[in-house]
Design a protein around this ligand. Structure first.
Ligand code: ZN
Length: 137
């Protein structure tokens, strides 16, 4: 097993341990909500469904996690037909001596952990990353 394979295994073990600590979290199979917002939706200007947009999305308030290195932000989003996603952000304080190296390692490391989390879902296939890829908008 190469280094990336060992990292993938470690990420899967990490995710499994975090899930074990949380216990089973069950959610309704159908998250569609017609005519009003789900309880987690901010229900204000952030919610385009309330504003009447057919392509609108329910959006939660931003949840901030303060950490020793900065902060993480999470917004839950659900479209009108029930597709859900989270929008994640990170603000990481960097030591200027290692800023370039750290930032080049952070993105593939975060990608690896997200893939490991998603790979633990029944019926979902998320392959191990082969190499880091940068996609420019
Ligand atoms: Zn809403």
């Amino acid at each position: 097993m190469n280094g990336l394979g060992r990292a993938w295994s470690a990420a899967r073990i990490l995710v499994s341990e975090i899930r074990a600590r949380r216990g089973n979290v069950t959610v309704p199979a159908d998250w569609r909500v017609v005519g009003h917002c789900p309880t987690w939706c901010a229900g204000d200007h952030r919610c385009a469904v309330l504003a009447g947009s057919p392509a609108g999305e329910h959006r939660s308030k931003t949840i901030l996690w303060r950490t020793p290195y900065g902060r993480l932000s999470v917004i839950a989003v659900q479209d009108a037909i029930g597709h859900r996603r989270v929008e994640l952000g990170a603000s990481v304080e960097l030591d200027t001596r290692y800023a370039t190296d750290t930032s080049h390692v952070l993105v593939p490391a975060i990608d690896l952990v997200i893939r490991a989390v998603l790979a633990g879902q029944p019926g979902r296939t998320v392959p191990m990353p082969r190499q880091a890829r940068e996609v420019r908008p």
